[in-house]
Design a protein around this ligand. Structure first.
Ligand SMILES: [Cu+2]
Length: 181
């Protein structure tokens, strides 16, 4: 368990690094693009994603609603390398030096406080590039939502430093989807 927790910590750092050029968009609520061909409404619960198909067409916009009464959740969409054949579940079991590099392909991140609609902090909530994706939430279990949002805004691209238990991905908050051309 300790190894997996560390793996996710390293992954967070990778995500943060990948996000560093998108600071300007942090905290700006996402809007649904009327021209998007399709929108999928995803529900975040403790601990998982509901309403997420296994396949969606490229250009689909994702909206996130958090139904938890206490936990803040996120929808981190990572496009996996074309030559990666392992399942997302298998990838979450990898040691940190093998897991972290896979997370360089972050396409969008949507954060949703408990009981609220989400807003994109990386990308615009849309998935445009065909391929296989890992969908994960790596927010620490039991983290204070306000503290997390403030830490994320203040971290300037670094991983939010907040108290909490293992990241939600350890509780099973991950999914695998394929974006089709
Ligand atoms: Cu979560």
């Amino acid at each position: 368990m300790k190894t997996r927790t560390f793996a996710v910590g390293a992954a967070l750092a990778m995500i943060a690094a990948a996000c560093s050029t998108d600071d300007e968009t942090a905290s700006v609520p996402t809007t649904t693009d009327a021209t998007a061909s399709r929108t999928i409404a995803v529900e975040a619960v403790d601990y998982g994603f509901r309403g997420l198909p296994t396949e969606i067409p490229a250009g689909t916009a994702i909206t996130l609603k958090n139904s938890s009464e206490t936990e803040i959740h996120e929808f981190v969409a990572v496009r996996l390398p074309d030559d990666e054949t392992r399942t997302v579940e298998a990838l979450t079991q990898l040691p940190p030096d093998q897991f972290a590099p896979l997370l360089e392909g972050v396409e969008t991140v949507i954060i949703a406080p408990p009981g609220q609609d989400g807003f994109a902090v990386v990308g615009d909530g849309g998935l445009t590039e065909p391929g296989r994706y890992a969908i994960v939430c790596v927010i620490p279990t039991g983290a204070d939502p306000i503290e997390y949002l403030e830490a994320a805004a203040a971290s300037e691209g670094g991983p939010p430093d907040v108290a909490g238990g293992p990241p939600h991905i350890v509780n099973g908050m991950f999914a695998e989807i394929t974006v089709t051309p």
